[in-house]
Design a protein around this ligand. Structure first.
Ligand code: 5GP
Ligand code: MN
Length: 321
């Protein structure tokens, strides 16, 4: 049983499907159950069509999880990242293995591979497989999925990717004949016309700078999303754009998801958005990429953000965090 975190991204899906392919090559039975769905631009990976989503197929997901002998937790390190699925997983009598690169792992597994210096969970999955002598079971399907997570978590090897170890893993995946150009096209150049228009609108009309905190934020309401024919995943990555402005080192993106406001946070340099998110938005993540949520209106979320950032930023600057 392989489980990624809720709202799985390229690294969560890539590591899950990569490990699935490896286990299938070994003759094991392997299933991926995700707490919810994932964006279309990841659906070309081998096995993507077999992923069972808990929110839309509860009974099937519960049965599959219940029959597991080994459960892999991939790209998350606390059961809270599974939301409602956590209690189902918690009740199963199975061995648990965590492979993850987020800070502050919870000791809820039998075997933990946790390395915050890894670029991605996909990199770590490769190292675990290679380090346990199972390299030959990584086939081309697995390699494509694992390469995907490395490039989605590093902005195509631009950040979090200065460790030579990452490139040894990439080299080993390239040796399996993956088409790197095609994967980049599918991940980064498969935007829909409407997503590009939504991005244009977000940047020109909805981005607000907070110069005193070197920050900028973007909000998109349900009405605004619908105006551009919003599909799941369409606003993925919008939070990164403000960081390409000189002098902006903290970025936030707010939009409604289900009955909450989902918050995405990014920084460059030393500002710890994971600590900020944990303190003010019930979330977490990495120093430079984190997320959280807010219960209330979009406007209230932004007000809460401005007040808490002003305070937190000052403490961080003064070294009194
Ligand atoms: P994103 O902004 O792309 O959703 O997430 C950025 C990073 O923060 C990812 O590493 C993701 O796993 C983590 N993250 C996002 N939302 C949450 C959250 O609500 N809680 C925690 N603990 N981590 C989150
Ligand atoms: Mn990751």
């Amino acid at each position: 049983m392989i489980i990624p975190h809720i709202n799985p991204d390229g690294d969560a899906i890539g590591s899950s499907l990569g490990l699935r392919s490896v286990l299938l090559s070994m003759g094991k039975i392997a299933n991926v159950v995700s707490p919810n769905g994932f964006p279309d631009f990841l659906k070309w990976m081998c096995g993507a069509g077999t992923i069972v989503t808990f929110d839309s197929e509860q009974q099937k997901a519960t049965e599959l999880i219940g029959s597991a002998q080994v459960i892999f937790f991939l790209d998350f390190n606390t059961p809270s990242r599974l939301k409602e699925m956590a209690s189902i997983v918690d009740g199963v009598d199975a061995a648990r293995v965590m492979i993850d690169h987020h800070p502050f792992p919870e000791n809820v597994v039998d075997i933990m591979f946790s390395d915050t210096s890894a670029s991605s969970t996909c990199e770590l999955v490769c190292q675990v497989i290679q380090g346990t002598g199972l390299t030959d079971y990584i086939d081309k399907d697995a390699a494509e999925a694992l390469y995907t997570g490395i490039i989605t978590d590093t902005g195509a090897l631009s950040y979090n990717s200065s460790n030579p170890a990452t490139y040894y893993v990439v080299a080993s995946l390239l040796k399996l004949g993956i088409d790197k150009t095609k994967i980049h096209e599918r991940i980064f150049n498969s935007n829909s016309y409407s997503r590009m228009q939504l991005l244009g609108f977000a940047l020109s009309q909805k981005m607000v700078a907070l110069p005193l905190q070197e920050a900028a934020y973007i909000t998109l309401s349900v009405d605004e999303l619908n105006r551009y024919g919003y599909q799941d995943g369409d606003s993925e990555g919008f939070v990164n754009y403000p960081l390409s402005i000189a002098g902006i080192n903290i970025s936030a993106f707010f939009s409604p998801k289900d009955d909450l406001i989902k918050v995405s946070l990014r920084s460059r340099g030393e500002f710890p958005v994971n600590l900020f998110s944990a303190r003010f938005f019930g979330g977490g993540g990495h120093k430079n990429a984190a997320g959280g949520e807010f219960r209330g209106s979009l406007n209230d979320a932004v007000e809460h953000f401005k007040v808490s950032l002003s305070d937190f930023y000052q403490q961080w600057k003064n070294g009194t965090l």
